[in-house]
Design a binder for this molecule. Structure first.
Ligand SMILES: Cc1cc2nc3c(=O)[nH]c(=O)nc-3n(C[C@H](O)[C@H](O)[C@H](O)COP(=O)(O)OP(=O)(O)OC[C@H]3O[C@@H](n4cnc5c(N)ncnc54)[C@H](O)[C@@H]3O)c2cc1C
Length: 390
């Protein structure tokens, strides 16, 4: 049983089914789907899409950028370049991909359905009840299903994590993300390029890249702002545009023009949890945590969904051992947690460190820019990450 039909939950159900299990997914929303904007997937994640036969369709719907460019957000000039395209494919055996998250979610949903995953919408999982031989679910609906194991993929605000680990909710950071999409046809030619651009400035950065086969530009601004009590957040946030424009420090003319052309903005206050401290924080008994429920992270390495996909793949492999009578179920989930926790913690730490580097001012900024100019790809490439654990 899987709680949550986000990217992580659907991938987990798909991987479990491919390992020979019958997977049931319980999703609180009335309909399956993802709102939102774009997502970047490094070769560590696209390699898994290939293993699930989803890569050709993902490449058709998304884009394979030719390079990542770091630029100065104030002056607009280039600081460093990491070639992608064929080079990334040759280096890592899989491409770098940018895609709208609804399209990635749709591909996983179709694959899960075709594999025989049973999805139950409008079913919020309130709690689990674990015995030596099974796990039961307490649902809003009358039925109380029982299964061999529970994968809690219920996201950043996971109530099942609270029940399993008894820890506190995530804490708000002073970083806010503003996310928008704009048709390429409405932008000057300089934006119609197959590249991911990271615009770095003091106390802010922005990331832009094409999605929807190159028809749309995805743009996210990350600004340092004091947290506001009782903040509302989400897509089409009514105050987001005015707030972004008011809070945006001096940035180069192209970025400023771009802000004016985005029709609506979503607003997210980013939240933090300490990095995973050990395997006991990812699985206990017959219950495993996966994706943001296990290891939410700042999106500054663009790896949250990628880690959820890696989790799902590792879970599938561990579950295959039970099918083959090599391990019992709690042992298989322990194996999953042992395989995943250190890598997830490393990515969480590195994502947080990037916040300091990307938003640097003063001497740190000078050092960063010098390193990007003189070493370029050597500081931008991440073989330990893109080479993958799977
Ligand atoms: C600004 C921003 C940019 C990002 N960019 C990238 C990127 O470029 N690349 C990348 O890899 N990642 C990126 N991420 C991270 C990525 O979006 C997340 O890590 C990923 O979507 C997490 O997926 P998930 O399935 O674990 O959780 P979620 O997507 O949160 O899904 C959880 C699901 O569980 C359901 N649910 C919750 N509670 C219950 C319950 N009690 N019962 C039943 N259902 C429940 C929810 O309705 C939801 O459908 C970004 C994040 C942000 C904020």
């Amino acid at each position: 049983m899987v709680a949550g039909a986000g990217i992580g939950g659907l991938a987990a159900a798909l991987a479990a089914t491919r390992a020979g299990w019958l997977a049931h997914v319980f999703e609180q929303s009335a309909q399956l789907g993802e709102v939102g904007a774009g997502i970047q997937l490094g070769p560590n994640a696209t390699r898994l899409l290939r293993a699930w036969d989803l890569l050709p369709a993902a490449l058709l719907q998304g884009c394979a950028p030719e390079r990542v460019v770091a630029r100065d957000a104030q002056g607009g000039h280039e600081l460093g370049v990491l070639p992608l395209g064929r080079e990334a494919e040759a280096r890592y055996g899989a491409p770098y991909l940018t895609i709208h998250r609804a399209e990635l979610h749709g591909l996983l949903q179709q694959a899960a359905q075709a594999a025989g995953v049973r999805t139950h919408t409008g079913q919020r999982v309130r709690a689990f009840i674990e015995s030596d031989t099974a796990v039961g679910l307490d649902l809003d609906a009358a039925a109380s299903p029982e299964g061999d194991a529970l994968v809690a993929a219920d996201g950043l605000w996971s109530g099942l994590r609270r029940q399993l680990l008894g820890d506190a909710p995530p804490t708000p950071s002073d970083h806010v993300a503003y996310r928008g999409l704009v048709p390429m046809s409405e932008l000057p030619p300089r934006w119609r390029v197959a590249e991911v651009t990271a615009w770095l400035g003091p106390r802010l950065h922005a990331v832009s890249y094409p999605v929807r086969g190159g028809d749309m530009l995805n743009i996210v601004f990350f600004l340092e702002e004091s947290p506001r009590a009782g903040e509302r957040w989400g897509w089409d946030h009514p105050a987001a545009a005015a707030r972004l424009k008011a809070g945006l420090p001096a940035v180069c003319a192209p970025l400023r023009e771009l802000v004016e052309r985005v029709p609506s903005w979503g607003l997210w206050v980013l939240h933090d949890r300490p990095p995973v401290a050990g395997p006991q924080e990812m699985a206990r008994g017959r219950v495993a945590l996966l994706g943001d429920a296990a290891h939410p992270m700042r999106p500054y390495l663009a790896q949250g969904a990628a880690m959820a996909l890696e989790d799902a793949f590792a879970l599938g492999r561990a579950l295959a051992c039970v099918e083959a009578d090599v391990a019992d179920l709690p042992a298989a989930l322990r194996r999953y947690a042992l395989e995943r926790w250190q890598r997830c913690a490393r990515v969480q730490r590195r994502s947080l460190r990037n916040a300091t580097l990307f938003h640097a001012g003063g001497p740190l900024r000078l050092g960063r820019d010098l390193a990007l100019r003189s070493l370029g790809r050597r500081v931008m490439d991440l073989p330990w990450l893109y080479g993958g654990s799977a």
